[in-house]
Design a protein around this ligand. Structure first.
Ligand code: UDP
Length: 234
C-alpha cells in the first residue's frame, strides 16, 4: 500500500445518499465495507465526518440562531453521524472507537492524539467527532488538524466528483481535472477543494490532500494502491 496511516474526511452530505436528508444506511454500509477493506490491507484509518446532512451553524445563524449555539448544534450533528458509521463498522465486525473533541463520555472517548494512535495501531478505526471542538470552524479544518496531529501520511477528502477541476464539472462541461496541484494554486484560483483555513493549515504543515470520489466503490482501495483516481494537492 502506498500509505500507512490515512485521515479520511467524509462530508455529512455524502451520508444522505439519494435520500436528500438524514443518513442513508446503504451508503453508510458501502463506506463501512470500503473502510474495513483498507484496514484488512494493513492501512491505519482515522476518520472525521461532517454534519451538514443534519445541521450547519451558518444556516442556523441565517435563521436567527446564535452562531455559537448553531455551531455547537453542528458539532453534535457530527457526533450523530460518527455513531452511525461506528455502528455500521461494528455490524461487519470491524473494531472502531469514537472520540469527541468535546468531552461527552460514554458517547465517545475524549480525543487525545496518543489514544487515537494507540487505537489505530491495534487495528481499530478511530472516528474523531465534533470537528475541532470550537465554533467558527468546519470539519474540513477539523480533519486537516487531526490529520496533522495523528501524523497521517495523507488526508483524503471524499467528494461527489473525481478530483479538483478548473471549474465545477457538474456545471461546466469544459472543466478539466488536475492530477496534481499546489496548495497555493487552490487558494489563488479559489478552487472549492476545502475552505481556506483547512487548506492553509495543510500547506503550513506539509499535509498532502487527496481529493477523490469515495462514492465509486473500490476507489478507496485503488487510491491506496497508488492508482490515479483523483487529485493530489501538495
Ligand atoms: N462545526 C464547528 N466547528 C468545527 C466543525 C464543525 O462549529 O470544528 C459545526 C459548523 O456549524 C458546521 C457543522 O458543525 O457547519 C457541520 O460541519 P460541516 O459543515 O463541516 O459538515 P460537512 O459540510 O462536512 O457535512
Amino acid at each position: 500500500m502506498k500509505y500507512n496511516r490515512i485521515l479520511l474526511k467524509l462530508s455529512g452530505e455524502s451520508l444522505m445518499g439519494a435520500q436528500g436528508h438524514g443518513i442513508d444506511t446503504s451508503r453508510l454500509n458501502a463506506y463501512a465495507l470500503q473502510i474495513q477493506d483498507a484496514v484488512n490491507n494493513g492501512v491505519q484509518v482515522g476518520i472525521v465526518i461532517g454534519g451538514g446532512n443534519i445541521f450547519r451553524g451558518l444556516s442556523g445563524a441565517a435563521k436567527g440562531f446564535d452562531r455559537v449555539k448553531g455551531d455547537q448544534m453542528g458539532m453534535l450533528a457530527t457526533v450523530i453521524n460518527s455513531l452511525a458509521l461506528s455502528s455500521a463498522l461494528e455490524a461487519i465486525g470491524q473494531p472502531v472507537k469514537v472520540f469527541t473533541a468535546i468531552p461527552m463520555f460514554p458517547i465517545g472517548y475524549p480525543f487525545s492524539k496518543w489514544e487515537v494512535i494507540k487505537t489505530l495501531k491495534e487495528g481499530s478505526v478511530a472516528i474523531m467527532s465534533c470537528g475541532t471542538g470550537s465554533p467558527y470552524f468546519t470539519t474540513d479544518t477539523g480533519s486537516a488538524l487531526r490529520a496533522i496531529e495523528i501524523e497521517a501520511d495523507v488526508m483524503l477528502k471524499g467528494t461527489r466528483v473525481d478530483g479538483v477541476y478548473t471549474a465545477d464539472p457538474e456545471k461546466d462541461p469544459e472543466a478539466v481535472k488536475f492530477d496534481r496541484i499546489t496548495y497555493k494554486e487552490v487558494i489563488d484560483r479559489n478552487l472549492k477543494v476545502m475552505d481556506v483555513t483547512a487548506t492553509a493549515l495543510c500547506m503550513e504543515n506539509n499535509m498532502p490532500i487527496y481529493v477523490f470520489n469515495m462514492d465509486k466503490e473500490g476507489n478507496l482501495a485503488k487510491m491506496l494502491k497508488g492508482e490515479n483516481v483523483g487529485t493530489l494537492v501538495e
